[in-house]
Design a protein around this ligand. Structure first.
Ligand code: TYD
Length: 204
């Protein structure tokens, strides 16, 4: 019998720097001999990437946005995440359902009960084994974002939006401190990677 793999997610407001650490997480796990699949949300499958284009660039109702996030997630789970875990691969995803609570509830103001209903419907109890939350004040994230490429629909939001997103992430982390590990993303890359390495090594 193959041991099922583990599912690790990276979260944080846009500009927190999580994408910088995605490759480090994958390499650390590969060095331990695991097959590692790196993916992202929204996206991760051909259909999911098409939905991502709409989500990042087309104006839409907040409820539509939430439903499309979960439509992409359903496809992602069925086509990529679940089969990979079943064959023993470890899956590392740049964002997952915590982002729906942070952005669609915290940011857009959708009732958390609606997200919970979709989460139950799509995931049926499935959740990440470990979530790394890259936490920075909204102003720091903003200064990191402005250096980057043309902003998408989320990145154009005001600091007040990202403050709400950040708070919603922190509330989730406080409720699930074992799964969601908060990292102070103002630290140097090297200091963060030491901390990430310790957390990964603790995950059997
Ligand atoms: P992001 O992961 O930041 O990619 P990039 O670094 O390439 O910009 O972009 C995805 C955006 O989607 C991000 O702004 C957050 C948003 N998002 C949600 O609002 N809800 C979700 O459930 C997910 C997965 C992402």
């Amino acid at each position: 019998m193959t041991m099922p793999g583990r599912f690790i997610t990276l979260e944080g407001v846009d500009g927190a720097g999580k994408s910088t650490h995605l490759g480090f997480v994958a390499e650390r796990l590969r060095a331990r001999g695991h097959e590692v699949v790196v993916t992202r949300e929204p996206g991760g499958t051909p259909l999911g990437e098409t939905l991502r284009e709409l989500l990042l660039h087309r104006d839409m109702d907040a409820g539509t946005e939430l439903l499309l996030m979960f439509a992409a997630r359903q496809q992602h789970l069925a086509e990529l995440i679940q089969p990979a875990l079943a064959r023993g691969a470890w899956v590392v995803s740049d964002r997952f359902t915590d982002a729906s609570y942070a952005y669609q509830c915290g940011g857009r103001g959708i009732d958390a009960a609606r997200v919970a209903a979709l989460e139950n419907w799509v995931q049926q109890g499935f959740a990440p084994d470990l979530t790394l939350l890259f936490d920075v004040p909204a102003e720091v994230a903003e200064s990191r974002r402005s250096a980057a490429r043309a902003a998408d629909r989320f990145e154009r939001e005001a600091d007040s939006f990202f403050n709400r997103v950040r708070q919603a992430y922190l509330v989730r982390a406080a409720a699930e401190p074992e799964r969601i590990r908060v990292l102070d993303a103002r630290q140097s890359i090297a200091a963060l990677q030491d901390e990430i390495a310790r957390l990964l090594d603790a995950l059997a």
